[in-house]
Design a protein around this ligand. Structure first.
Ligand code: SF4
Length: 622
């Protein structure tokens, strides 16, 4: 057994109340590393095509990576994946906090949850021992109430929890799973899958750290990170992920009023600085991380906001703020608290509210449909009421709990034009007319629109430390934001592979490590002679496996699309008149396919490519 991992996945069959352990070989870890690599492997091998994502045949896979739980910043995360109830495609979410590291220290590299419990249950894992416990008394409780009750039940005040709230129980298709009640595995509806299995929570406690191949070198990397954080990440520490909100607004790329505009006239009121100067009461962190970018906010009037639920990150500030036309920071913090307590993805929830607001303002929805709610952009009170209705699936909330794609079909009357999604998943808060390479990334991502799986063009428009790092991959030239040439597609392709790699290691995207340092970290943790080349191939392997999963589910080229809004010009601001060229977009997609060894007709990975990646077994599943 190499270092850095346990060699064990816990398998929990809720239908039979049976627990077993899969013992895994070293080669498996080196090929797939963990996280998305493991999840896509298990979902391809163990799910039948066409299963109901909310039925007992779906499997929910929690997975750490080989570096999870290593005492270096960015290494405390875990992934959780399943067939998505939001998209019907490959689904997963990555999440920070402490739960992933704790699971690793409890003796497991992941958990495969199968079947469906007859009654609500939770799973308790402590130092290698696992048991299924009754959770009838926890059903209907918020994530916070649930965490408190479980910690008291198991007698471990430091037990780490992954919990769903009422949204997951109610099968809201974009329900989240909350680590420690304020770190969300938000995307693709994994909370709904957990709810469909009657699994309320997984609590873990562990004290055994897997051995490290070279502890001294691991410590040196951790120290390098601590020393450099103050120099290059002071802004993130001070203002959190919202540190770039005002710059996006200045450049005309801040999603505003359901992406109708790119400039929000009140951006100053919802910025990271404004939060720091008003409602911020502390910074939070993830396991071993010196950056501490997480926010803790508290409000007493006019809303009570409980700091236990953390505070809004950039995505939340934009989705409930500018994209709903709302400049009330206290209301946004309240929306964040509600989402974390009910277990909702703040991106999809905010984007769904903004969709409903646009439908209301255009007369597609009326007060008759909304139960009297006036859903105008800028109305914070209506926004907060709608979040509650969605989580409880009451009134119009029941329709909107389906996500914008299904909701628009139900509403009709032309609503589909204003439902902004890719493959059924609502857009994150990055304007694809501004970052056009990311637009290609949104379209091609196996999860639907996702901002963590591809390149952010604005980081590589000029010389600087980011481009200097990218030169190690052979990306030598700065490229314009609206460039969709083969050179940009190559940048998108390489970054897509790298992002899939990071999500297989389950490392935080924000770490300022070079590509070489990441491979060094893998090497000094495991003892392997890892290289950047090898890691890139793991990412590409993972990209091919998630693509294969979607091909098997009947998705293809037509699903690699963007909403029509992004092919029409922005009406105002610095990007006035800018749109994505439809022909350039289609050409860029095909170029991406051919660079990855996928066919032009559907983007199906070729047998030769699968063989090159050492995963020819995938051909039997598509
Ligand atoms: S940078 Fe922020 S999100 Fe990433 S590990 Fe550190 S605290 Fe967590």
């Amino acid at each position: 057994m190499a270092n850095g991992y346990n060699g064990k996945m816990l398998r929990v069959d809720l239908s039979r109340r049976a627990i077993s352990v899969d013992e895994l070989k070293d080669r498996f870890y080196r090929c797939y590393l963990g996280g998305r690599g493991f999840i896509s492997y298990y979902l391809l091998k163990e799910l039948e095509a066409g299963i109901d994502p909310l039925g007992p045949d779906n499997k929910l896979v929690f997975a750490c990576g080989v570096v999870t739980g290593v005492p270096v910043g960015g290494c405390g995360r875990n992934s959780v994946g399943a067939k998505s109830p939001l998209t019907g495609a490959y689904g997963d979410a990555e999440v920070g906090g402490y739960w992933g590291a704790e699971l690793k220290h409890a003796g497991y590299d992941g958990i495969i949850v199968e079947g469906k419990a007859e009654k609500p249950v939770y799973l308790w894992i402590k130092d290698g021992q696992a048991e299924i416990r009754d959770a009838s008394h926890l059903w209907g409780k918020s994530t916070g109430e649930c965490q408190e009750a479980i910690r008291s039940d198991v007698g471990e005040p430091l037990a780490r929890t992954a919990t769903i709230g009422q949204a997951g129980e109610n099968l809201v298709r974009y329900a989240a799973i909350l680590n420690d009640i304020h770190h969300a595995a938000g995307r693709t509806g994994m909370g709904a899958v957990m709810g469909s299995k009657n699994l309320k929570a997984i609590a873990v406690r562990g004290r055994n750290h897997p051995a490290l191949a070279n502890p001294e070198a691991v410590r040196a990397l951790a120290k390098w990170l601590r020393d450099i954080v103050g120099i290059v990440m002071g802004g993130m520490h001070a203002q959190g992920t919202a540190v770039g909100l005002k710059a996006l607004n200045r450049d005309g790329g801040l999603p505003t009023r359901n992406f109708q505009e790119g400039v929000f006239e009140e951006a100053d009121k919802i910025s990271g600085r404004a939060m720091k100067e008003t409602i911020l009461v502390g910074e939070g962190s993830c396991y071993a991380c010196p950056v501490r970018c997480k926010r803790v906010t508290s409000v007493s009037e006019p809303y009570q906001v409980d700091p236990a639920y953390g505070g809004p990150e950039y995505e939340t500030l934009a989705s409930f703020g500018s994209n709903c036309g709302i400049d009330d920071l206290a209301a946004i913090a309240k929306a964040n608290e509600l989402c974390n307590a009910y277990g909702l993805d703040t991106i999809s929830a905010g984007a769904t509210v903004s969709f409903a607001m646009e439908c209301f303002e255009r007369g597609i929805l009326s007060e008759k449909d909304t139960g009297g709610l006036k859903l105008n952009f800028g109305d914070a009170s209506a926004m907060l009421q709608l979040v509650e209705l969605i989580a409880k699936r009451e009134g119009i909330g029941d329709v909107l709990a389906e996500g914008v794609a299904r909701a628009a079909k139900r509403i009709g009357r032309g609503a589909e034009e204003f439902a902004l999604h890719v493959k059924g998943q609502e857009l994150p808060m990055h304007e694809p007319r501004y970052k056009q390479g990311l637009g290609i990334g949104y379209a091609i991502s196996p999860k639907g629109a996702d901002h963590t799986m591809s390149v952010h063009d604005s980081m590589y428009t000029g010389e600087g430390p980011l481009l200097e790092n990218a030169k190690a991959l052979g990306l030598l030239e700065p490229l314009a934001l609206d460039d969709l040439s083969p050179a940009k597609v190559r940048m998108v392709a390489y970054h897509s592979c790298w992002q899939h790699l990071l999500d297989s290691l389950v490392m935080c995207n924000f770490m300022p490590f070079s590509y070489g340092q990441v491979s060094e970290l893998v090497g000094v943790t495991t003892g392997w002679n890892s290289t950047v080349w090898e890691l890139m191939k793991v990412g590409e392997r993972c990209l091919a496996m998630t693509r294969a999963f979607n091909i098997r589910e009947g998705l293809g080229k037509k699903d690699d699309s963007l909403p029509q809004r992004f092919f029409t010009p922005l009406p105002s601001g610095p990007l006035q008149g800018v749109s994505i060229g439809k022909d350039e977009f289609e050409q860029a997609k095909e170029t991406f396919y051919s660079m990855l060894g996928w066919d032009k007709a559907e983007g199906r990975p070729s047998l030769g490519k699968l063989q090159e990646l050492g995963i020819e077994w995938v051909a039997d599943y598509i």
